[in-house]
Design a protein around this ligand. Structure first.
Ligand SMILES: Cc1ncc(COP(=O)(O)O)c(C=O)c1O
Length: 444
């Protein structure tokens, strides 16, 4: 089946009548806790476009939250999924094995930062990968504590929800939380009280105090950090911060875990975002863009750490499902063969100047930040740093009405984030940014 026409078409009001009818049924049948960004129902998707059941062609600046970097129906991924599904859909790798699992592990061992000996374990969701990275770090060190950052997002399971920094909606009413999770300030330059130039140094001082004094380094199994914080607001750490965190971890035998679930596989203009900071993590968690839309996640890291768990201690019924592994092998081939890491840099070069032009006197755009094809606008009351979530919502709603799918994120709900598929046609991307510009102008 060919890709949907790569063109924005606003055929009806968005959501249109067919989506609206389905929405009524959805509301009756589904648990209220399942939110949605844009209440349309999708008929097909691919490249840079999502087509809804009313025939609207919506420009995709979300990629299903950083998943479909190669598009939602890349022919190479579809071919491999089909071929694998015809042979077998499941055996459970813990019962009988298949080559695809080993091939994905080998690819991750090759692609993740560092040339040390590495091993990989596959899982199904990002949360599961983070949980398992902590299990591995605890088994390897014999220590209990996990240190995480403010504004972090690591998932929705008990441990990863406990590691997440935002209460509403992720944690509210869901306690008690997992013990031995300690939080240190994230060096969020735009909001650092004494100014961005002090963020790295002061955040590191707080980290040292927490690790060395409050917990005791000999009790700390892992420090877990997103190299660019995703759900928290696309927060890029100041230069030198991650490197210093890694050095502190190494000095005290603490496992440094980079959560690259949102940033991985070229999204930021490097295969992994850690590379921008010259950091080689002990363990890397991946998911999302790994398998072109199929559920697959991984922990990859130092062989001696990965081997510290006894046989049977890791795994899961669906972990490393063969169809998902086939999809991953197709996805990774496309990312490397088609130069999608460079494409992310081209996207940044094209989009960032236009986003930066939206700043200035009287503008609600307080900051433009991010890397590669992971870019964001933080919305504030003009002339202040006071968060403006209402303006962010109004901009997103304007884009949605005009057939452009944008997402809101950030601890204060005031960040518009752009996560286009890395394969999006440039003219479509330009058009989406034009719509975004008019949405910002309308919100002033
Ligand atoms: C950095 C990061 N870690 C973990 C997760 C959790 O992944 P999943 O939703 O697949 O469980 C996410 C999801 O957004 C994420 O962005």
């Amino acid at each position: 089946m060919s890709q949907p026409e790569q063109r924005r078409i606003v055929a009806t009001a968005i959501p249109g009548p067919a989506s609206t009818a389905l929405q009524e049924q959805r509301s009756a049948e589904l648990a209220g806790g399942l939110g949605t960004t844009m209440p349309v129902f999708v008929e097909r998707a691919g490249g840079g476009v999502v087509v809804d059941v009313d025939g609207n062609h919506i420009i995709d600046l979300a990629s299903g939250i950083a998943v479909t970097s190669v598009g939602a129906a890349h022919p190479e991924v579809v071919r491999r999924i089909t071929e694998q599904a015809e042979r077998f859909t499941h055996t459970c790798f813990l019962v009988t094995q298949y080559e695809g699992f080993v091939e994905v592990a080998a690819a991750l061992n090759r692609l993740t930062p560092g040339d040390h000996a590495k091993k990989t374990a596959l899982f199904t969701t990002g949360s599961e990968a983070v949980e398992n990275a902590v299990k591995i770090a605890r088994a390897a060190t014999g220590r209990p504590a996990v240190v995480v950052l403010g504004h972090a997002y690591h998932g929705r399971t008990l441990l990863t929800m406990s590691m997440t920094g935002k209460n509403v909606p992720y944690k509210d009413g869901f306690g008690p939380f997992a013990p031995e999770v300690y939080r240190v300030p994230s060096p969020y330059p735009f909001r650092w009280p004494s100014g961005p130039e002090h963020a790295a140094e002061e955040a590191l001082a707080a980290l040292r105090e927490t690790v060395l004094t409050q917990i005791g380094a000999h009790n700390v199994a892992a420090i877990v950090a997103e190299p660019i914080q995703g759900e928290g607001g696309f927060i890029v750490p100041p230069a030198g911060y991650l490197k210093a965190v890694q050095e502190l971890a190494t000095e005290h035998g603490i496992v440094f875990v980079a959560d690259e679930i949102q940033t991985g596989f070229g999204r930021t203009g490097a295969m992994f975002a850690c590379e921008h900071d010259g950091v080689v993590p002990d363990l890397v968690t991946t998911a999302k863009a790994l398998a072109g839309g199929m559920p697959l996640a991984a922990v990859t890291g130092r062989a001696e750490l990965m081997d510290s768990v006894a046989p049977g201690g890791l795994g899961g019924t669906y972990a490393g499902n063969p169809v998902a592994c086939a999809a991953a092998l197709g996805t990774l081939e496309v990312i490397e063969r088609d130069g999608l890491v460079e494409r992310a840099r081209e996207i940044e070069a094209r989009v960032r100047p236009r986003l930066e032009a939206l700043q200035g006197a009287g503008s609600p755009v307080g900051e433009v930040r991010g890397r590669g094809a992971m870019l964001a606008l933080e919305l504030v009351r003009p002339g202040t740093t006071e968060p403006a979530p209402d303006i962010a919502r109004a901009i997103a709603a304007h884009c949605h009405r005009e057939g452009v799918l944008t997402l809101v994120c950030g601890t204060f709900g005031n960040v518009i984030r752009l996560l286009p598929p890395l394969v999006i046609p440039m003219d479509l991307l330009d058009e989406a940014v034009t719509v975004l510009e008019s949405a910002v102008a309308a919100a002033r």
